[in-house]
Design a protein around this ligand. Sequence first.
Ligand code: UDP
Length: 265
Amino acid sequence: MDIHKPRYTPMSRRRRIYEGKAKVLYEGPEPGTLIQHFKDDATAFNAKKHEVIEGKGVLNNRISEYVFQHLNDIGVPTHFIRRLNMREQLIREVEIIPLEVVVRNVAAGSLSQRLGIEEGTQLPRSIIEFYYKNDQLGDPMVSEEHITAFGWASPQEIDDVMSLAIRVNDFLSGLFLGVGIRLVDFKMECGRLWENDLMRIVVADEISPDSCRLWDIKSNEKLDKDRFRRDLGGLLEAYTEVAKRLGIIVEGERPTGTGPVLVKS
Ligand code: UDP
C-alpha cells in the first residue's frame, strides 16, 4: 500500500454504492468494507412525507454507533466496525436480507391499527413480524411461508434472524429502561456476512430513534420518529434527549453538525 495515499478517499471521489431515504453507502477503504453516511432526511408513509431536519443524521450516527458497539461487545454480531466522523461509520459489506424485522413489546402503530389494540397496551409476549423490503409495494407484511417459498431467506436463516432479534430486543429493552425509556417496538435488518467460505447472519443497517418507538417511562412522551410522522414537532430535541440520557452527548454539547465540531471518540 502506498503510504502517501490518503486513508479515506475524499467525499467527492468516493464511489457511491447505494442511496436510500436516510443514508448513503459509499465504497470503503478496504475490500469488504463500506462507509455508511447518515443524511438529515426524514421520510414517512413510503416517502410521501419528506423533510430535512438539520442535525438528525449526526444524532442517529452517534446513537446507532452506541447501540451497535454495545451489541458487538456482548457478542451479538453486527456489520459495525467503527464511527469515522460526525455522519459516517465504517461497516462490513453484507448482503442485506430483504426483510424488515419488527419486534414489538407494547402495541402501537400498524399493530394497533390492524388488530384494534389500544396503543400502549403491553403485549402478552414480544412479537416478531417480517415485512418484505419493497418500496413499490409499501413493504408488505409477510409470513415465514412467503420468505422461504420466494427464497428471501432459508428456514435456518429465519431462525438465526429471530434469535438475533430476541437478543437485540432484550439488550435494547434493558438499555433504555435504565435511562427511563420504554422500548415499545423497533425495526432491524440483517445481512449475510461472508468470512472466507463461512457465512453468518449479522445485524445491519441502523438502530436509532428513526427505527424504534421510544416512550418516556413516566410521561409517555414520544422520543422517536413518530414526532415527525404525527406532526408533533420537536424531533431533534427528542433525539438529543435520547442521546443525552444514554450519555452519548453531554450537557451543553452542540447536537447539530453544522460546523466543525470535534467529537469525542
Ligand atoms: N419501522 C421502520 N421502518 C419502516 C417501518 C417501520 O423503522 O419502514 C419501525 C417503526 O419506527 C416502529 C416499528 O418499525 O418502531 C413498527 O412500525 P409499524 O409497523 O407500527 O409501522 P408504522 O406505524 O410506522 O407505519
